[in-house]
Design a protein around this ligand. Structure first.
Ligand code: BF8
Length: 654
């Protein structure tokens, strides 16, 4: 990659990312003449019409462009209005996001089926208790049945998540009754994911569905087919096969790389390949091979979502989030970057070439031009993993590039789940969400926020996540996290019980009593479904209304960038959660479609969308919503009393 600008002309690295390790690598890349995504993102001037979703390229009479400043002046060649155009664009974004998670979920289901049938021998059912609990949650009787019988029934039932052509998606049964009734009343109850995504694509073809309200119904069904469908299947079956996480201490940031080890990074989303790699690196044959080449051992670390899953389940170190996947290669210390599906920038392969890192794709659905492809097969994991390790060890033995590894490493507690929250607050014998609800009702905890999602080079990496979460906990809002957002806060040192003093007095008191951090990490992006189940459990525990929309909760993806994030956002909104996106949003303020998303949906009984760029403003919007819900539940007074008590106590203490 040619050096295009002098360092002087470039924006400072401190403005591109708040992650010091990434800053160091960005500086080195510039020195080496290598252009990273963080600089490409700054240089790219996004199309102003596309940014507001005011263009349509669904047929070749166009592409048609509408002026976002005067959106009703013109229509497309076919007559499509701006509302139809924006609804169709959003629909296809959600369809792609939902398809990604459902494709992931279906692969996990196939793996599960292979284990049950005895065709897959390298993986097994790890958590029988969870298997039974999940089966019972959708009405499967487990009494007196063998593990294989329960697993087969669960597998057959969950197959419908993808293949149903009518009826209701199995996991929707786990939502509160009132939420299910709303979906039925509005005609948006998802059937099967393949059907919903197919119908979404068909309805957005030229000349088909041209009523944004009607399109919204299918958008909602397609998004719900993600959250209560493929994503939830992925999380629950992964727990059953690989173990349900429980809090574990893990290290995060680029300092987890070791100069004197063979460094192998796994980056992607599906856990099977990473689990296979974990087994292979512990094989004494490869450890000896590495030692024979002068290394002290093999250092396996994760990045992005599969990294977050492996960190939660097994405490595997995590090297960084989406914004650092190119930068980490600049260390020169990555012997192999092994990827599967989703969020793998093509630029990673280009940077790997500059630093002589083995860039290895493993999934037939996601190859990258110029990368080495070594296919992973669930039936024979070692064929792939052993070849990967052989290449990584060979690269270690012939390292040519100077090594510079940033020192930053942060320890944190990861691996919370909805099951563990229940146990942590209620104890083994009376595990329950009632203590959480009680603390919300008495006002110690003001509400709960899910802060999730990507990093986006349009904004300074990690900065919006960190400022937002700090503001929320300061205001007694308990924060649940997943994905790249969780890694941002882990690097900032907030996923430890010692961060409790950063919380407001009520939340800090709860954290100190229980010994938990004020920010709970729940894993990868598909693990957002743990938040859906936690919200449903809060409704069941009583005292906070009848549906998810009644709860004093809010969600946010402050640095989002992917279509998966839009699908997640919309399933949270239509499950009842006020969801704010940072960065910007692909719709035009003042249009009917925008009003439906940001206001009308709430009037229909769902949650609603919000958008803002500034983290403090986002926090204020979320807190205002939480307070509105507290008032509607009649628990706003309890909080006022609690705050007086707390300040009295502080006065007494001083
Ligand atoms: O699914 S948070 S950048 S890695 S899309 Fe991607 Fe966003 Fe990261 Fe995982 Ni989720």
């Amino acid at each position: 990659m040619a050096k295009e600008k002098s360092e002087k002309q470039m924006v400072s690295v401190e403005d591109r990312t708040m992650c010091e390790a990434t800053q160091q690598m960005l500086t080195k890349a510039r020195r080496d003449g290598v252009i990273l995504d963080l600089d490409r993102g700054y240089d790219m001037k996004p199309c102003p019409i596309g940014a507001e979703s005011a263009c349509c390229k669904h047929c070749y009479m166009g592409p048609c462009r509408i002026n976002p400043r005067d959106p009703y002046k013109k229509v497309g060649v076919c007559g499509a209005t701006i509302d139809t155009i924006m609804a169709r664009n959003f629909a296809r974004n959600v369809a792609a996001g939902s398809a990604s998670h459902n494709d992931h979920g279906r692969h996990i289901l196939e793996l599960f089926r292979g284990i049950i049938d005895g065709k897959i021998k390298d993986f097994s059912i790890d958590d029988v208790q969870k298997l039974e609990n999940v089966a019972k949650s959708i009405g499967i009787d487990v009494e007196g049945k063998e593990v294989k019988e329960v697993a087969t029934e669960l597998c057959d039932e969950l197959e419908k998540t993808f293949s149903n052509v009518d009826g209701e998606m199995p996991f929707t049964k786990r939502a509160p009754k009132a939420t299910q009734e709303l979906w039925r009343k509005e005609g948006v109850m998802p059937r099967g994911a393949m059907l919903e995504i197919m119908e979404m694509m068909s309805r957005t073809h030229i000349g088909c569905d041209q009523d944004y309200n009607n399109l919204m119904k299918q958008i909602t069904r397609t998004a719900l087919a993600d959250g209560w469908g493929g994503s939830m299947v992925a999380t629950e079956l992964s727990d059953i096969m690989f173990g349900t996480p429980s809090p574990t201490v893990a290290e995060v940031n680029m300092g987890v790389l070791k100069e004197d080890h063979v460094n192998v990074i796994v980056h992607g989303h599906e856990p099977a390949m990473f689990e296979g790699m974990l087994a292979a690196v512990n094989d004494s044959f490869f450890i000896e091979e590495a030692k024979a080449k002068g290394a002290k051992g093999i250092n396996l670390v994760g990045m992005c979502c599969s990294g977050a899953e492996m960190m939660s389940r097994h405490g595997v170190p995590h090297a960084g989030n989406f914004g650092s996947t190119e930068a980490i290669i600049v260390t020169g210390a990555v012997d192999a970057m092994v990827v599967d599906i989703q969020c793998i920038k093509q630029g990673v392969a280009a940077v790997a070439k500059c630093y002589d890192t083995c860039m290895i794709t493993t999934n037939p659905r996601a190859k990258i031009e110029g990368a080495t492809h070594i296919e992973f097969d669930d039936h024979d994991p070692r064929k792939c993993t052993d070849e990967v390790l052989t290449k990584a060890i060979a690269r270690y033995a012939t390292r040519k590039m100077p090594i510079e590894i940033p020192k930053q490493v942060q320890k944190g507690v990861h691996g919370f789940t909805h099951e563990y929250i229940e146990y942590m607050l209620g104890g083994t014998f009376r595990g329950s969400y009632s203590p959480l609800n009680d603390n919300i009702i008495n006002g110690r905890i003001r509400g709960v926020a899910g802060v999730v999602g990507c990093t986006n080079p349009k904004v300074k990496q990690d900065s919006v996540h960190v400022a937002l979460v700090k503001e929320l906990i300061k205001n007694d809002v308990l924060v649940l996290q997943t994905g790249c957002s969780q890694i941002a806060l882990a690097k900032a040192g907030l996923l430890v019980p010692e961060a409790a003093p950063l919380a407001g007095p009520g939340l800090a008191e709860v954290c100190e009593t229980v010994g938990m951090p004020p920010v709970l990490g729940l894993g990868s992006c598909v693990d957002n479904t743990r938040i859906l189940i936690a919200a449903s459990a809060m409704v069941s525990a009583g005292g906070l209304g009848n549906s998810i929309a009644d709860l004093p909760v809010a969600g946010c993806a402050p640095e989002w960038m992917s279509e998966k994030a839009l699908a997640i956002g919309h399933y949270f909104v239509t499950s009842g959660v006020y969801t704010v996106f940072g960065v910007g949003f692909p719709s035009i303020k003042g249009t009917k479609f925008h009003d439906l998303m940001f206001d009308g949906l709430e009037k229909q009984g769902y949650g609603k969308w919000g958008v803002a760029k500034d983290p403090i403003e986002i926090a204020q919007m979320m807190i205002a919503h939480i307070d509105k819900k507290r008032k509607q539940l009649g628990i706003d007074k309890a909080r006022e009393r609690t705050l007086v008590d707390m300040s009295d106590r502080r006065e007494l203490a001083s």
